[in-house]
Design a protein around this ligand. Structure first.
Ligand code: GDP
Length: 140
């Protein structure tokens, strides 16, 4: 494996505007390789499990509703320091604070509808990847 892996989701606000390819271009131009990818409709159960750490946050209901509002593209990304690199490529959670050229600066509509998810640690990346992919789905 070339480097490490992270888990990514292209969120419903981006798929709705037909931006999957545009987001993927930013990912690839940023030096990460898409080694697994699938377009799915998340169920409420999947979204609640995925964002379980945020279950006490005031925006949890809104977040689950948003993530199940349309198709998402789940991905495994590979490269050097994949977790940190993808956080850089995505930009800050709030697009108003995201750096130029980042996915969220380019495409996000708001702090909630912010176009992309990326794991925040190697440990979480492994757990999140396992929630959506088996080893045979990932071809590096
Ligand atoms: P991330 O790691 O940058 O995605 O940010 P967090 O882990 O803090 O939040 C997870 C996701 O919850 C974000 O990407 C947003 O989609 C959503 N979120 C965070 N803060 C807010 C908020 O204040 N309002 C709403 N509606 N959604 C939020």
């Amino acid at each position: 494996m070339a480097g490490t892996r992270t888990f990514s989701i292209i969120k419903p606000d981006a798929t709705e505007r037909n931006l999957t390819g545009a987001v993927n271009k930013v990912i690839e131009d940023g030096g990460l390789r898409i080694v697994a990818q699938r377009r799915i409709q998340m169920t409420q159960v999947q979204a609640e499990r995925f964002y379980g750490v945020h279950s006490e946050r005031p925006f949890f209901g809104e977040l689950v509703e948003f993530m199940t509002s349309g198709p998402v593209v789940v991905q495994v990304l590979e490269g050097e320091n994949a977790v940190a690199r993808y956080r850089d490529i995505m930009g800050a959670t709030n697009p108003a604070e995201a750096a130029d050229g980042t996915i969220r600066k380019l495409f996000a509509k708001s702090i909630g509808e912010n176009s992309a998810h990326g794991s925040d640690s190697d440990e979480n990346a492994e757990l999140e990847i396992a929630q959506f992919f088996s080893a045979a789905d990932i071809v590096g």
